[in-house]
Write a protein that binds this ligand. Structure first.
Ligand SMILES: *Cc1c(COP(=O)(O)O)cnc(C)c1O
Length: 445
């Protein structure tokens, strides 16, 4: 790594003393095995450090950025909002940005009654509580358990960890967590001889059916990441799984919660991933791309029938959940600007073209002899590295930085989900650099 000098080194040292970085063993930073990247400013797909180097944000800053950093339209909306109304509590008060955003999300999802939180994990908490409380209000309190998919990821608060099936994130907290059940993932990589993605989906749906048949009386909801289980290693599945899951949830009186926190807002090709299956969920969780990567915000929308279960003369039958910053006007304005950008730039259609250019550029990487399961869904690409050396993800990350790329593989899975505004220069750098970084990582193993 060539990051260790002057201003960068200074910020890095101060950060390591004062900041506890997320998802990080801090000692590894100290030993220099994974250098922190001090970012001074960002524009479009580029992150700039303090010493004149730039890095392509090829994972959209943990999947939140859509239209690039510092987008002028989002910035203008935020400045305007800051001059009008910064924040007001949403219990007992209301304001135009939250009303307009709720109306538009309602139209786009076919659901309604948007309830706001501050991040993805809080959206999961809201959806799980809403589902179980709904059944309780309907006189079926036994329906208070959840089921999720193997490898599922829905956030890391204590409640959300119950449905997050990733051992590394959960093991230390096992005694705190009321574990949900886990059923087979429809991950297409699980195909056996003679099977395609659809057959795996059918097999996983059969496993779900068997499970629900036995446990539906105590099950409130099934929670799924539609089309791509991102944290599981960009595991993709056939939309048929979602159609079957919808039918089974209807048959067994179980809510279907779709967690579109990572897959929403065009990532998979449609505005929402579940739309590719032609279904409507009972609850939807949104966050990450909702504000285009500018401010933290989450929303949960539900069916009319769930809402009605809470609508009553008794206060205690209401949904009394709250966050201090619920429906923050600045975050809502950013989200409205993002929805405008989808309309004004025809982003979904443009992404089809951008994705084709990226596919062509990635052809040499996909054909690399160590690559397995080269795959894409919408604006998400992933490749599994066969016989990946120990510590592959960390070492690849360092080699990618040397190529001017911010990439963080998940275990042996290399992936990218670039901002939608990536241009030909960025595409060329990403395709060439990710292949060079792979060769370098394999060479020094
Ligand atoms: C990132 C993510 C979450 C959690 O969101 P945070 O804002 O990090 O709490 C939940 N579900 C999915 C599918 C995610 O990708």
């Amino acid at each position: 790594m060539t990051l260790d000098s002057g201003l960068n080194a200074d910020w890095r040292a101060r950060s390591l003393r004062a900041v506890w970085h997320p998802c990080t063993q801090m000692k590894l930073h100290e030993q220099g095995g994974a250098p922190l990247l001090p970012v001074a400013r960002a524009e479009g797909v580029w992150l700039h450090d303090h010493e004149g180097r730039r890095f392509l944000d090829a994972i959209s800053s943990w999947w939140v950025n859509l239209f690039g950093h510092g987008h002028p339209a989002i910035r203008a909306a935020l400045i305007d909002q800051l001059q009008t109304l910064d924040h007001v509590m949403l219990a007992g008060c209301t304001h135009a940005p939250v009303i307009e955003l709720s109306e538009r999300l309602g139209v786009l999802t076919g659901l309604g009654h948007a309830f706001y939180g501050s991040d993805g994990a809080s959206a999961t908490e809201i959806a799980l509580k809403m589902s179980a409380h709904c059944w309780r209000n309907r006189g079926r309190p036994a329906k208070s358990r959840f089921v999720g998919l193997a490898g599922g990821y829905h956030g890391e608060t204590v409640g959300a960890l119950a449905v997050t099936d990733i051992a590394l994130f959960r093991e230390a907290y096992a005694p705190l967590v009321r574990l949900a059940a886990t059923v087979m993932s429809p991950d297409a990589r699980g195909a056996e001889a003679g099977e395609g993605a659809r057959e795996v989906a059918l097999r996983a749906a059969a496993a779900l059916e068997a499970w629900l048949d036995e446990h539906h009386a105590e099950t409130a909801a099934l929670i799924v990441e539609p089309l791509i289980q991102c944290a599981a290693g960009i595991a993709m599945h056939d939309p048929e799984y979602l159609r079957r899951a919808r039918a089974l949830c209807d048959r067994y009186d179980v809510h279907l919660v779709v967690d579109e926190i990572a897959t929403g807002f065009g990532r998979t090709g449609t505005l929402f991933a579940h739309q590719q299956a032609g279904i409507t969920p009972d609850l939807i969780c949104l966050s990450k791309g909702l504000t285009g990567g500018t401010l933290p915000l989450a929303a949960v929308l539900c069916t009319e029938s769930i809402y009605e279960a809470f609508y009553d003369d008794q206060v205690a039958r209401g949904f009394l959940h709250s966050h201090s910053y619920t429906g923050n006007p600045l975050a809502c304005r950013a989200a409205l600007a993002v929805l405008d950008l989808f309309d004004e730039t025809d982003a979904l259609a443009r992404n089809v073209d951008t994705a084709q250019r990226l596919d062509a550029a990635f052809a040499p990487l996909s054909a690399h002899p160590r690559i397995r399961h080269a795959r894409r869904c919408g604006m998400v690409w992933a490749w599994d590295v066969a016989d990946a050396p120990a510590d592959f993800a960390r070492r690849y990350h360092c080699h990618a930085l040397d190529q001017g790329l911010l990439l963080r593989p998940i275990g042996p899975t290399l992936y990218t989900m670039p901002p939608y505004v990536i241009d030909d220069e960025g595409i060329a750098l990403l395709a060439r650099g990710s292949l060079v970084a792979l060769e370098a990582t394999l060479a020094d193993a």
